[in-house]
Design a protein around this ligand. Structure first.
Ligand SMILES: CC/C=C\C/C=C\C[C@@H](O)/C=C/C=C/C=C\[C@@H](O)CCCC(=O)O
Ligand code: ZN
Length: 632
């Protein structure tokens, strides 16, 4: 049966779940979450069934007004899971509403939940759990209409073993209460309607430090002060974001600094952003990730992509707002530096996938049960960002000439249009045609010059050379140094100690960690042209710049990729160290790929052995994606 969303089998929008009240218990021994979810349903067209998405859930009973309802679990789809079909006891009329109480429990294999043993946490004494529901994993946490359009408010009572604390993507209500049997209960409410993928839960031995009038950092005691330092700019980011996008509607903006297995840099769970400890660079150089997650408070959380095919409206807008925040905080040079780096990452992604790969299309097709996790890449982020930069530039009214480009500060007209976009679609969803129609109505001359079809539906790099709109000044030093090393390498000035004329440790003495990162990204870009650095050049780079001593995760990952591509077998063990010490896919996947394809003998076997030993440390999503990359 055709559904509203190719990634959901639910009965939305005919019957729409508008609120869920949870009363659940967390059992670390059994690795299950069990209890009731009371779903308030609005009938939007006459119906006699309510269909919810599930995956690996055990449904015990479904009640309406205290009476049991008949229900069945449909055939399990390998990606979408199994539909829970609830037979309502009568034909429900349009505009009527009802509540159903669903008694259920999750499975230890729930793809949304990672259960951590004490040894996988910083403190090493208590278990920990956290959830990751984006894109379609909420259905393994609770029966739901797991599509971004099915926005719902929620309340929750969560019972967990002492001395652990439960946190959710919501506002905590009151203080923890004794629940007996060595457990406490925690209550929450989320009064802003959210898509199911933004429901989040974490339970662990955590404490909090205030970092602003509406923000605190939660973490295990061992990391909480480091988190407070690293994310101390949060309130400034929030204020800058409100200037760019409009009022912040969520009340709190707290951060939860998770154990290292968290599979992403950050996840924009409302009221409580989840972040990885790989952001703890000690110099706030990764704080743009927090700016990104804050930006999601508007793009993605207030206004949500209607289906995952329009994910660029979440992520492209979020990167755009993130970089506008950085411009307000640090100026045009930082905007342009980050934009240039993002364009290089897009080039690297397109080169890796292939310029005609369907996953390089900004608005890909997910029909037929394609798993959104399989389509995830930098494309919706950086091609989406580039598109918005271009669309803003075109509002200058002088065609697309770069001579008057100022992507960082843009135009007042587009800035106003951006705020209007969030007001127009707030608490609801948006799809690409909606956005195109609004832009065309507001900027008809500009829109007439935009090749919308090429941008939205064609694979490969953007149809416009967007790099010409950025000022490369701030990245010139690191780009020029990379060019020198690349030319030295490709011009065959090989032999022991290969290095450019006059190269010295002083070359990067004054570089920020972002510039060192950009230097390595530039060398990778050269490598992307099917040229790996020679192992002699790699050894010279390390001798002069001590690159293997950097602790910054972005630098470590890129430097290991370059060493592995050069066939430096000495990189195997450091790569294994990084693969065993964190579970962020941004680092796992390229490192496992680089190991597996290394010129050095035995890379594939080393990668497979490392993964075999580390896979149970990773979140289920990360484990699945790396296993697919390695063909295991
Ligand atoms: C065009 C792609 C269509 C659908 C993809 C939708 C969701 C993909 C799913 O895998 C969830 C992704 C969640 C990402 C969360 C945070 C990222 O912004 C982090 C980016 C990488 C990093 O910094 O670790
Ligand atoms: Zn994002």
């Amino acid at each position: 049966m055709p559904t509203f969303d190719p990634s959901s089998q639910s009965s939305y929008p005919a019957t729409a779940v508008t609120h869920v009240a949870f009363d659940v218990d967390v059992d670390f021994d059994e690795k299950i979450i069990s209890g009731t979810a009371t779903a308030s349903v609005k009938v939007q067209s006459q119906s006699s069934t309510l269909v919810l998405d599930t995956r690996d859930l055990h449904i015990e009973r479904v009640q309406l007004d205290g009476a049991d309802l008949t229900f069945s679990i449909g055939e399990t789809h390998p990606v979408m899971g199994a539909p829970l079909v609830i037979e309502l006891d009568k034909q429900m009329e349009k505009d009527s509403s009802f509540d159903v109480v669903i008694t259920y429990r999750t499975s230890p294999s729930s793809s949304a939940v990672q259960w951590l043993r004490p040894e996988q946490t910083a403190g090493g004494k208590h278990p920990y759990l956290f959830t990751q529901c984006q894109a379609i994993h909420a259905r393994s946490l609770f029966p739901c209409q797991d599509t971004p359009g099915a926005k719902m408010t929620y309340s929750a009572k969560v019972t967990a073993p002492n001395p652990l604390t439960a946190l959710m993507s919501a506002i905590p209500i009151g203080e923890p209460a004794d629940a007996g049997d060595g457990k406490s209960s925690f209550e929450f409410k989320q009064d802003v309607p959210i898509p199911p993928y933004l429901l989040a839960l974490a339970v662990g031995n955590v404490e909090a430090v205030e970092i602003g009038p509406r923000s605190k950092v939660w973490s295990e005691p061992e990391m909480v002060q480091a988190g407070a330092f690293e994310f101390s700019e949060t309130e400034d980011f929030l204020k800058a974001a409100e200037q760019v996008a409009g009022p912040y509607v969520w009340g709190r903006y707290d951060l939860l600094l998770l154990p290292p297995s968290f599979p992403y840099g950050g996840m924009e769970n409302p009221c409580l952003t989840f972040v990885t400890p790989t952001l703890l660079a000690g110099d706030r150089s990764q704080a743009h990730v927090v700016a990104h997650e804050i930006a999601h408070s508007w793009s993605g959380n207030l206004v949500t992509n209607k289906t995952w095919e329009h994910f660029w409206l979440n992520e492209g807008f979020t990167v755009f707002i993130e970089r506008k925040i950085m411009n307000k905080m640090y100026g045009k040079s930082v905007f342009d530096f980050n934009a240039i780096g993002g364009l290089m990452e897009l080039k690297e992604t397109v080169a890796r996938l292939g310029t005609n790969h369907p996953h390089t299309v900004l608005k890909p097709e997910l029909a037929g049960g394609v798993d959104p996790d399989d389509v995830f890449s930098k494309v919706p982020y950086e091609k989406g960002f580039a598109f918005l930069v271009y669309l803003e530039h075109m509002t200058r009214g002088d065609g697309d000439g770069p001579e008057r480009a100022d992507a960082a500060n843009g135009t007042p007209e587009f800035a106003e249009f951006l705020i209007e976009h969030f007001q127009r679609h707030q608490y609801a969803t948006v799809e690409s045609d909606d956005f195109k129609a609004a832009y065309t109505a507001r900027f008809p001359e500009a829109s007439a010059q935009v090749d919308w079809d090429a941008w939205l539906t064609k694979p490969g790099m953007p149809p416009v050379d967007i790099g010409q709109y950025y000022d490369g000044g701030s990245s010139e030093a690191s780009a020029e140094l990379a060019r020198k090393w690349h030319l030295c390498d490709v011009l065959g000035m090989g032999g022991e100690g290969t290095r450019p004329e006059g190269a010295s440790a002083g070359d990067i003495k004054d570089f920020s960690s972002m510039q060192v990162d950009h230097f390595l990204l530039s060398l990778i870009e050269y490598r992307g042209g099917s040229h790996a650095l020679s192992v002699n050049v790699v050894k010279s780079l390390d001798e002069l710049y001590k690159l293997s001593e950097f602790k910054n995760s972005e630098i470590r990952c890129k430097w290991l990729q370059l060493r592995l591509a050069a066939g430096d077998a000495g990189a195997f063990e450091p790569a294994r160290d990084m693969l065993r010490s964190q579970g962020r896919m941004k680092f796992l996947r390229p490192l496992y790929r680089s190991l597996s394809k290394s010129k050095a003998e035995g890379g594939k076997k080393f990668a497979e052995e490392t993964f075999a030993g580390a896979r149970n440390m990773y979140h289920p999503i990360a484990e699945k994606m790396v296993a697919a990359d390695l063909g295991m």
